[in-house]
Design a protein around this ligand. Structure first.
Ligand code: ARG
Length: 261
C-alpha cells in the first residue's frame, strides 16, 4: 500500500513536470491536458469522411455519428473542444492528413490493416466490421458468383475496394459512399460494396442488402506515427467508456441494438 501511494505521488510529480515543460515547448505546438500536444491549442482536430452513417454523417449542419460521439468523449477527457474536418478517405487512410498536420486524429470507420499500421498508429479496436453488398431489390445478386459480368461500385482506397479486387470483380471507384449509392440508384453500377453497417440506412423499396461477406475487420482511430501521448489518451478514453457504460449507450444510439460483447 505504501509503495502504491509512493508510486502514485511520483507519477503525479512526473505528470506535473511533464505538463510544466511541455507547456513551454518552443516548437510552437500547443499543449492540452496531460501533456498531449494538439495542432490548435484547446482543440482536438479530427479528420473524417462522411456520408458514412451511422459512423459520421451530417445532421442539422453538424457532423454526428458513433465515431464522432467517441472522439467527443476523448476531447472531453482532454478538456478541449472537438473540431471535425471533412476530407476524402484516401488521405485519411494513407496517413497523409496526419503527416500534413491537417488533424490530430483520424476517425472514419477505418479498418486497422498491416499496411496502414505502417503509416500511422492505431488505437485499440472499437468496432467489428464485415463487407456487404447493396443491390437493387429483386435483382437476385446475392453472392460473388452472381456478380460475374456485373459492375460493382466501390469506395476508393477502402478495404471493400481491396476485397472486391481480390475476388476478381469488375469495379468502378467512387470518392465516397454517397456517390456510390447515387450510381447504384442511377443504374451506372449493378451493385455496391462497402462495410455492412453503413448499407442499412439505404435499404428501402428499391434497394436491399444482397449479401454479407465476413472479413473480420476492426476499426481503430489513427494518430500520427509516434504520437504516443495522444494515442494513450484515446485508449484511456476507450477503456473508460467501455467500463462506465458510455460506449454501450453510444453504440445503442447509433447502431440501434446493444453491443453483443
Ligand atoms: N472500413 C473501410 C476501410 O477502412 C471503409 C471506411 C470508409 N470510411 C468512411 N468514413 N468513408 O477501408
Amino acid at each position: 500500500m505504501a509503495r502504491l501511494t509512493r508510486a502514485l505521488s511520483l507519477a503525479a510529480v512526473a505528470a506535473l513536470a511533464l505538463t510544466a515543460c511541455s507547456s513551454t515547448a518552443s516548437d510552437g505546438a500547443a499543449t492540452g491536458e496531460g501533456g498531449v500536444e494538439l495542432l490548435t491549442p484547446g482543440t482536438l482536430t479530427v479528420c473524417t469522411n462522411p456520408p458514412y452513417e451511422p459512423f459520421e454523417y451530417e445532421e442539422n449542419g453538424a457532423i454526428v455519428g458513433l465515431d464522432i460521439a467517441i472522439v467527443q468523449e476523448v476531447a472531453d477527457d482532454l478538456g478541449v473542444e472537438l473540431k471535425t474536418i471533412v476530407t476524402p478517405f484516401e488521405g485519411i487512410q494513407s496517413g497523409a492528413d496526419l503527416d500534413a498536420g491537417n488533424c490530430d486524429l483520424v476517425a472514419s470507420g477505418i479498418t486497422i490493416t498491416d499496411v496502414r499500421e505502417e503509416k500511422m498508429d492505431f488505437s485499440d479496436p472499437y468496432f467489428d466490421a464485415d463487407q456487404g453488398l447493396l443491390v437493387p431489390a429483386g435483382s437476385g445478386l446475392n453472392s460473388v458468383e452472381s456478380l460475374d459480368g456485373k459492375t460493382v461500385g466501390v469506395q476508393a482506397a477502402t478495404t471493400g475496394e481491396e476485397w472486391a479486387t481480390e475476388q476478381g470483380l469488375k469495379t468502378v471507384q467512387f470518392e465516397d459512399l454517397g456517390l456510390q449509392v447515387e450510381a447504384l440508384r442511377g443504374g451506372t453500377v449493378d451493385a455496391i460494396i462497402n462495410d455492412i453497417a453503413v448499407l442499412g440506412p439505404f435499404v428501402d423499396d428499391s434497394l436491399e442488402v444482397g449479401a454479407t461477406f465476413p472479413t473480420g475487420e476492426q476499426y481503430g482511430f489513427g494518430v500520427k506515427t509516434g504520437n504516443t501521448a495522444l494515442l494513450d489518451a484515446v485508449n484511456a478514453t476507450l477503456e473508460r467508456i467501455k467500463s462506465d457504460g458510455t460506449y454501450d449507450d453510444i453504440y445503442t444510439t447509433y447502431i440501434g441494438t446493444a453491443p453483443s460483447n
